[in-house]
Design a protein around this ligand. Structure first.
Ligand code: SF4
Length: 449
């Protein structure tokens, strides 16, 4: 039986049988596995575990499915069964008692739970693109769409390029087909991720692909426009402030994709950014942000920052606080710099003492919190679409506006939303706001007045 060690990328083999609906289920499971860092392999021998998505529609399909499970068990030994035949676990277990787990059709969460149990993903909090807790499965109504692997930059605190290699973009046709499958499976919001989304396609010379009868370039702008045709929310993460991003913001102003940009600025001081060797460090970022806000006044900006990078002075830190104020960053995460094995920043002089790092982090959070509170207060009285994530018996519906990404940003509590359903997008009127969250009620249709 194949063995895996923690140093290897966990590899999953996948057998997909049955109708187009089963194929959509397979796509949804495969997408999630890829996002979580599993490699999908073609042969039984290369896989650490095999998932068989079965069909149970007619007797012949049941036979074919049981044969496929038997073959996977013989060739690999570790098999998880899902799909229509999985709705009859007794039939599967009677024929093949050695299977690790049996789950029914559209039971994505259960299949993935079983994969996590028998083949844990390799998690690296530093390099993972998913938010902390990303292993908690995304509910069915949103999904991460990974468009590229690796990175061509050389930020001094980062080891991703040496771990994951140079930028390798997926052809746009593959990405769009995966997105279509996710939407067919019920996804209402796509979260586009990669290490550098603004660089998407530059490694494959923006190669065009056929999609829905036309040519689409493997370029972030074309990709965004095409994703916008799928009729779901499309949210962009990890975009750098390059001039061509202005065009992406135009698509936000048109309503093609959400007016939301996650830009990991990391700092506001040009000297620190240069020392970090950040992409686009020579750009006039504040001018860029002000242009974006001119193009799309509703734009919400999310970012992450780092304090205490070697050589950061008190003056640099104050420039960073001024940057937050000027750029009016809506959402920000902040980390204290810490050395990572293999990163070139480890050799830099002028380390910032831990006590200073901690004090700067605290000042950063207080400063940003005041900005966030003031920005959210301007939403009170407005009506806006909210996507429902979950229902809480006491609070009501918990959801997000277009300005909030799941798991990392604030929430909207719809206090009269107990009867709404997760995944539903409703119009809500904002009644109150605090530091991070909004409180709302469902807006009544004008016709009811
Ligand atoms: S842009 Fe910089 S921080 Fe991001 S993955 Fe590339 S090298 Fe690392």
């Amino acid at each position: 039986m194949p063995q895996t060690t923690q140093s290897q990328v966990p590899r999953v083999g996948f057998v997909s049988l049955g109708c187009p609906k089963a194929l959509v289920d397979s796509e949804r499971i495969l997408s999630q596995l890829r996002v979580e860092g599993y490699a999908i392999v073609g042969g039984y021998a290369d896989a650490d575990l095999v998932v068989v998505n079965t069909c149970g529609f007619i007797d012949a399909a049941v036979e074919e499915s049981l044969d496929a499970i038997g073959e996977a068990l013989n060739e690999n030994g570790k098999v998880i069964v899902t799909g229509c035949l999985g709705a009859k676990p007794g039939v599967v277990e009677a024929a093949h008692p050695q299977v690790l787990a049996v789950t029914g059709p559209q039971r994505y969460e259960e299949v993935l739970d079983a994969v996590h149990t028998y083949l844990p993903p390799r998690r690296d909090p530093f390099t993972d693109l998913l938010p902390p807790g990303g292993l908690k499965l995304t509910p069915r109504h949103y999904a991460y769409l990974k468009i590229a692997e690796g990175c061509n930059h050389k930020c001094r605190f980062c080891i991703i390029p040496s771990m994951r290699g140079l930028l390798a973009s997926r052809p746009v046709g593959d990405v769009l087909r995966e997105a279509e499958a996710l939407v067919s499976a019920g996804v209402r919001e796509l979260l586009v991720i990669s290490q550098d989304t603004s660089a998407y396609g530059s490694d494959i010379k923006f190669k065009p692909d056929l999609w829905r009868g036309g040519l689409v370039r493997s370029h972030v702008q074309d990709l965004a426009r095409a994703l916008g045709q799928l009729g779901v929310w499309v949210r962009m993460h990890y975009v750098y402030p390059y001039p061509h991003v202005d065009k992406l913001v135009e698509l936000m102003a048109e309503g093609t994709i959400l007016p939301y940009l996650d830009v990991p600025f990391q700092h506001g001081s040009a000297d620190v950014l240069e020392a970090m060797r950040r992409p686009a460090h020579a750009e006039n970022t504040l001018a860029r942000v002000s242009k974006w806000r001119e193009i799309c006044p509703d734009l919400a900006l999310r970012s992450t920052f780092m304090v205490g990078f070697p050589g950061e002075t008190e003056r640099d830190f104050e420039i960073l606080l001024d940057f937050l104020t000027e750029a009016q960053i809506d959402r920000a995460g902040c980390f204290e710099y810490s050395a990572v094995d293999g990163a070139s920043a480890n050799d830099l002089p002028d380390a910032v003492p831990d006590t200073v790092k901690a004090e700067r982090l605290e000042r950063f959070m207080a400063h940003q919190s005041a900005i966030s509170t003031a920005r959210l207060a301007t939403k009170v009285g407005l009506s806006m679409p909210v996507i429902v994530d979950e229902i809480d018996d006491e609070l009501g519906a918990i959801g997000r506006t277009e300005a909030n990404a799941p798991e990392v940003d604030g929430q909207v509590i719809i206090t009269d939303g107990h009867l709404l359903t997760p995944g539903e997008i409703v119009e809500a009127t904002i009644d109150d706001a605090d530091e991070h969250d909004l409180y709302a009620h469902v807006s009544l249709d004008d016709d009811w007045d």
